[in-house]
Design a protein around this ligand. Structure first.
Ligand code: CA2
Length: 152
């Protein structure tokens, strides 16, 4: 019986999913994203998956810090802060939890400014361009990493 807990963190504007820009981000809503994370997390063996969203960099950093000792790993879509925030990178490094970077769109095929990722420098894997199902993939990668860690 697993007691593993995963924290999924989403950055600015992701609460607008399904409301605008369906050509890039699809037509599913943020509530659907939360449902996918809960279901995929349970399927990957997590006892609990908490899903958090904020439009504020400091709130994202506070949430990463508060994960230490409460969660076994993090799946993070820092959204626009991916490309700007050394603060989020530093917070991920500070807690040292295994983390997966996730993007709904294929950031590498978009504007050049989206091809820099600070947060990604503290993540062991990246999922991009798989739509909302990418969150399921990211949670499976995190579970696999935690399995590996528990074997060593
Ligand atoms: O592809 C991703 O997941 C991104 O992290 C999404 C960010 C963007 O800044 C990154 O470069 C790539 C933007 C999230 C905005 O989400 C919206 C959703 C619906 C309507 C408008 C924005």
């Amino acid at each position: 019986m697993t007691t593993r807990k995963a924290l999924v963190i989403n950055g600015p504007n992701l609460n607008m999913l399904g409301i605008r820009e369906p050509a890039i981000y699809g037509s599913n809503t943020y509530a659907e994203l939360v449902r996918i994370c809960r279901e995929a997390g349970a399927a990957a063996g997590f006892a609990e998956v908490e899903v958090f969203q904020s439009n504020h960099e400091g709130a994202l950093i506070d949430t990463i810090q508060a994960a230490l000792g409460r969660f076994d790993g993090i799946v993070i879509n820092p959204a626009a802060y991916t490309h700007t925030s050394v603060g989020i990178l530093d917070a991920l490094k500070a807690v040292g939890l295994p983390a997966v970077e996730i993007h709904i769109s294929d950031v590498d095929a978009r504007e050049s400014f989206r091809q820099v990722s600070y947060a990604g420098m503290a993540c062991f894997a990246r999922v991009a361009g798989e739509g909302l199902q990418g969150y399921a993939h990211a949670l499976a990668l995190l579970a696999h990493k935690l399995d590996e860690k528990s074997r060593h």
